[in-house]
Design a protein around this ligand. Structure first.
Ligand SMILES: [Zn+2]
Ligand SMILES: [Zn+2]
Ligand SMILES: [Zn+2]
Length: 138
């Protein structure tokens, strides 16, 4: 699906910012940080960008790719994600050499009981770190 089809399917109006941000996610092989997205625009208001990402996340289009760094990153969702219901229950790989983060859909997060020793678990993240393919080749 292209960015226009995804926006239509999610019932979102096709603003220039939404179309362009979504196209960046579709093209990218790795998760994108705010500054990655900003650098693709000659000028973009940060608030607009935050709102756009929030909307996409709510609609099940993108998800947070938690990689252990302080820079939030986002990646395209699996096809089964929908509004308020994400299924991105997978690990994220962070390359310590180039800093890029990718989804590892084939590695599922460990399944943890919702309540553990009286603690309520709301989120489980699995972060793998090391050297990516591109960095190994160099
Ligand atoms: Zn998702
Ligand atoms: Zn790398
Ligand atoms: Zn992911």
């Amino acid at each position: 699906m292209n960015s226009i089809q995804i926006l239509e399917q999610s019932g979102l109006s096709k603003t220039e910012v939404r179309k362009k941000v979504l196209a960046l996610f579709i093209e990218s092989q790795s998760a994108l940080s705010l500054s990655d997205i900003e650098s693709a625009f000659s000028k973009i208001d940060r608030i607009t960008l935050y709102r756009t990402l929030k909307t996409f996340e709510t609609k099940g289009i993108i998800h947070k790719a938690v990689d252990g760094t302080n820079h939030p990153k986002y990646a395209m969702c699996e096809a089964s994600c929908s509004e308020h219901k994400h299924h991105d229950n997978h690990a994220h790989f962070h390359c310590l050499s180039c800093g890029k983060t990718v989804c590892f859909e084939q590695v599922a997060n460990p399944s943890i009981p919702e309540v553990l020793n009286g603690y309520t678990v709301e989120e489980t993240t699995l972060i793998l770190s090391g050297t990516c393919k591109d960095c190994l080749e160099e």
